[in-house]
Design a protein around this ligand. Sequence first.
Ligand code: PLP
Length: 411
Amino acid sequence: MTNINENFLKLQNNYLFSTVRKKVEEYQKQNPTKKIINLGIGDVTLPIPKSVIEAMKNACDEMRDSTTFKGYGPEQGYDFLKEKILQKDYYSRGIKLEKDEIFISDGSKCDTGNISDIFGTNNRVAITDPVYPVYLDSNVMAGRSGEYIEQNGQYEKIVYLPCDCENNFIPELPKTKVDMIYLCYPNNPTGTVLTKAQLQQWVEYAKKTKAVILFDAAYEAYITEPEIPHSIYEIEDAKKVAIEFKSFSKTAGFTGIRCAYTVIPKEVVGYTRNGNEISINALWNRRQCSKFNGVSYITQKGAEAIYTEEGKKEIQKNIHYYLENAKMIKQALENIGFQTYGGVNSPYIWLKTQKQQKSWEFFDELLEKSHIVGTPGSGFGPSGEGYFRLTGFGSRENTINACISMKNMLQ
Ligand code: PLP
């Protein structure tokens, strides 16, 4: 008889996106002539930059020739890409790291999920609420969550850090001791950011309590305000306590190609039950060497190309396009009286519904009156109730039409 990991049975079925799809299909069936605009997209829509395509084509050509052919690469990634990351993403910001502190991977989803492997199951986990679901689900699977409590929509052992308009989306330091802290900035879904001073408090907390911060910076490239940190390592002493996840998905349109990286400074340590310090970098390296065989050479060559002058220009153009869309949506919503958050350093706009309207009720109203699809905030956690997420990832034409349609909604 084969036993299963029963923690998987504690996972709550997240019906969010399938319910959205079903509702939209139903509406379209009832209203076949209506053109529905999807502003719920969490994926990029612009094509891959030319310089990336060219670099990948050249890498393919290298595969033709037995002198340049590449088989298995290093599990941690090729040096040529790590060197570019170090120079352009870190040294340029005054952050000193070494090559063996960078781990190239096939996505931040896998890394933020898999990192849980190397931590003890008795650790207390803190997540912001609302949250990108991977952090929570991977810890439920690992057995750190305890039971799900139907009444409040929370797991008994997870420490939730509510982020809403009451606290200006700034999570408070936990009242109970936690060991693993997931922070995501710029945030998905709220689109909000933390300042250096606010992040400094978390670093201080982690130092004091010997906790580890798992910092997801997947949307770092969308930061427009100069004072907002692009890396947690801009914060003093963060190299002692923080792991950083960065992805080429939203930065360079790699959601389908798949490439990301995780930074684990050698100073970050965890502890055995006896209190002995263990290098987290060494543990992750061991884990990757056992379970991961590296990202394809072709993909890493494509990622390298975004650090060229041409590549940089191309990705900036795409990011600017999505941010312009976000700005238009934000403006349109504010013009009709909605309170909005995000959309400045992020492709996500988080709006507060009016008159205590529930997220799903707002979804129905927006679809009915404006034929626009978005994502109900309650799907991202209990504190997302009464909020709604729209994104700048649609086409310009659809975004403009959606803004006009929203304006008509109240007339
Ligand atoms: N982290 C956050 C906060 C995200 O929103 C996403 C994707 O939507 C990811 C990570 C996933 O990134 P990747 O495509 O590199 O797996």
